[in-house]
Design a protein around this ligand. Sequence first.
Ligand SMILES: NC(=O)c1ccc[n+]([C@@H]2O[C@H](COP(=O)([O-])OP(=O)(O)OC[C@H]3O[C@@H](n4cnc5c(N)ncnc54)[C@H](OP(=O)(O)O)[C@@H]3O)[C@@H](O)[C@H]2O)c1
Length: 328
Amino acid sequence: MVERAVYGDADVDATCLHGRRVAIIGYGNQGRAQALNLRDSGVQVRVGLRPGSERWQVAQADGLEVDAITNVVRRADVVMLLVPDEVMGELYAQAVRANLKPTAVLGFAHGFAVHYRLLEPQSGAFVVAPKGTGVALRTHYLDGTGLPAYVAVYRHDDHEGLALALAYAQAIGCSRRGIFRTTFKEETESDLFSEQAVLCGALGLLLRQAFEVLVEAGYDPRLAYFECVTEAKLVCDLLVAEGFSAFGEKISNTAELGGHMAGEKIIDQQDVKTKMRRVLQDIQNGTFAQAFVADYNNNFRQLNMYRTAWQNHPIDKAGAEVRQLTQP
Ligand SMILES: NC(=O)c1ccc[n+]([C@@H]2O[C@H](COP(=O)([O-])OP(=O)(O)OC[C@H]3O[C@@H](n4cnc5c(N)ncnc54)[C@H](OP(=O)(O)O)[C@@H]3O)[C@@H](O)[C@H]2O)c1
């Protein structure tokens, strides 16, 4: 069990990164934000991309040095793999492993590939997982607030690796808000669970079902969208900012009592928890990871089916109209 520490600026030794070369592999959501934040924090960064990548020019236009992945890896002391989780195993085997310096440390923004053994680090490895999108990571770096992050090291007793990971987290702006110590296992499994059980799974379906009920009953789809989706953000912001008890005081009594009464009718709490536990089990025993990699190997047939279903749903048309009509 690792110590459940939360680190801030005062706990970080920024000199751990001094004189070290960081390779950022991939220049997508996280890659771009992390590379720019590191560069602006004075860290030596190079971006590694595959030949023909359209992002090669984007990174150069951002003022970064770019080269082929193998070349960038060869010279790096820290190699941060910021490519999609499903490709990390083959990328590591094909372009990274043979080119790593023996002392180089591997970094990840999510522990998936290591936890589910798509690759096995030969030396040190850490996770620095910012709690937000790449755009948010960059925006909050620039406005001085930063994003919180989780940090984990591959070997729990790797104190040097932890110090390096903390310095890395600070350089991308996360020590301003708090860095939570965790493990590869806990970071990976809890992140997948929240995505599946709430954020990208059940929440979206709940909003969509509520939208459908109102529209099928004859209500204006734009109002249905506003009520069921737009206002969900207001509620989430309030819950995150002030907590569940204060939330009750900020909404009307009508909303509060009506919400409790109907919520219990809609959500069968025991049944939902049983189903959530099954989802968690599939994450813990690797069933989900296997299915995910199998779908990737099948050209994401299942994922594309879901994408098409959502794209063709009237909720998106209503959302676009609401956004256009309510622009500030
Ligand atoms: N999305 C987020 O905000 C977020 C938040 C927290 C953690 N994470 C984690 O951060 C990591 C990166 O996620 P991401 O969303 O930033 O990824 P992403 O945007 O999808 O990554 C795109 C980059 O990966 C490169 N890439 C894709 N397949 C490749 C391959 N087979 N070989 C070499 N390069 C390849 C792309 O190259 P080209 O330029 O050639 O297309 C591109 O530069 C993941 O571990 C993810 O779980 C993401």
